[in-house]
Design a protein around this ligand. Structure first.
Ligand code: GDD
Ligand code: MN
Length: 402
């Protein structure tokens, strides 16, 4: 080997990088690029879908035979090892990719991040549990290519579509939600709850910074967040039965849905979480009064009864906020207990602030109702701000270093 000939070597940190000839680098990249440009990226959010991955990929491959595609799974670190399974297949097929998100949950945000990770001009979002009919994708692509269409929704409620074998309650709830969502949709859409749709990268780009990203309703979020009304087409499909694993849609999904509607309507004026927090606070007042009345009936002295009612109401508020307001950051196990303690400490101080402000205003001749309401408002904002930071703040270990 000649002295200056570049051979395979292990570089130390002191090695000087060779000057890159940008012209040949560009040429080389052009040579390496596939002959057909990427047409569609299939985005699949997953949580515990290991047993469905292989079959889904095989079916998509069959359905998209004449289309150039890639598939991006966005997996929230599923305990069943869904990510490993996807990466095992991806190791020998570079159309298959996986984003593993650690310490995060959420169907909508997973879809958004998957789309943002792709350079494709068109995305199709579908579930990873084989319930969405992949053979409809070419028809969706055709519909999208019709003049100016930006979004194609695979719909269960348009002629030719169906909901498959759903129980009555779920079918009913789905219809109610569909009606309600028309409030924020600005256009008639037969199935705004669909988790199966196709959108152009350009349309996504126009609204991605306004998306709520919370909960399940990614499609509704997209439609409601677009600055201009999107040009939409619909393609019918039949929702299939799930074969492996189980649905992650639980009874609280209706709450998520309500919060998304709130965000898209009153969210412009106040943070929706604060709205939820005050709703829970209102329920806490009712609990307080009920406990107080019961204790007074049982001849407990007023001060004692008031103190007990306060503690019970605080525990109730913490429990309900943890369940609903902070559903996405829910505390469990020992963190539930420490969370409760920090919540009670924060609200205790909030009560002091409340009484302090109200007394001050009252002393300076403010009407008693106004003084009381001002005290309550200050206390509520304080409680919200402090518990958001300390009770439901992200633990340090998960914070992204700045
Ligand atoms: N990354 C990620 N994170 N994926 C999730 C999460 C999560 O927190 N929760 C659910 N998923 C994935 C599931 O693994 C599945 O691939 C897909 O999202 C849909 O979840 P399911 O739990 O199967 O939902 P479903 O079948 O009950 O509901 C479907 O139908 C609804 C129509 O009423 C979904 O398509 C909904 O989006 C749709 O609204
Ligand atoms: Mn499903």
């Amino acid at each position: 080997m000649l002295k200056n000939e570049p051979g395979p070597s292990v570089r130390g940190p002191a090695a000087v990088a060779p000057a890159i000839d940008l012209r040949t680098a560009t040429l080389r990249r052009a040579e390496a690029a596939p002959a057909v440009p990427l047409e569609v990226a299939v985005i699949v959010p997953t949580f515990n879908e290991r047993d469905n991955v292989t079959e889904l990929i095989a079916r998509v491959e069959r359905a998209l035979r004449d289309i150039s595609w890639e598939m991006i799974f966005v997996d929230d670190d599923s305990p069943d090892g869904t990510s490993d399974e996807v990466k095992r297949i991806g190791a020998s097929d570079n159309r298959i990719r996986c984003i593993t998100r650690i310490g995060r949950r959420g169907l909508s945000s997973a879809c958004i991040e998957g789309m943002l990770a792709s350079a494709a001009p068109v995305f199709v979002v579908m579930d990873g549990d084989l319930q969405h009919d992949e053979s409809r994708i070419p028809a969706m692509l055709n519909a999208l290519r019709a003049e100016g269409v930006q979004l194609v929704i695979a719909s269960r409620y348009t002629a030719g579509g169906a909901i498959g074998e759903w129980d009555r309650t779920r079918a009913f709830l789905s219809r109610v939600a569909t009606r309600l969502s028309r409030v924020v949709c600005r256009q008639p859409i037969s199935d705004p709850m669909s988790g199966f749709f196709m959108i152009t990268a350009e349309a996504l780009d126009g609204c991605v910074r306004r998306l709520s990203g919370k909960g399940f309703k990614i499609l509704l979020d997209l439609v409601a967040s677009s600055p201009a009304v999107l040009r939409v087409a619909e393609v019918p499909y039949t929702f299939r039965e799930r074969l492996h694993g189980e649905s992650k849609v639980d009874s609280l999904v209706m709450w998520d849905f309500g919060m998304l509607l709130a965000e898209k309507t009153i969210g412009r004026y106040i943070p929706v979480r604060f709205f939820a927090f005050t709703l829970v606070g209102g329920a806490g007042v009712l609990v307080h009064m009920a406990v107080l009345a019961a204790l007074r009936n049982a001849q407990v002295g007023f001060s004692n009864a008031q103190a007990i009612a306060t503690v019970v109401a605080m525990i109730f508020n913490f429990w309900l906020n943890n369940l609903l307001t902070y559903r996405d950051r829910r505390l469990r196990g020992t963190r539930w207990v420490t969370g409760l303690l920090s919540f009670m400490a924060a609200c205790g101080l909030g009560a002091v602030a409340n009484v302090g402000i109200a007394s001050y205003l009252f002393a300076s001749h403010t009407q008693w109702v106004v003084a009381a309401l001002a005290g309550i408002a200050v206390g509520a904002v304080w409680n919200y701000a402090i518990t958001q930071l300390y009770t439901w703040g992200q633990p340090r270990s998960r914070r992204v270093p700045t």
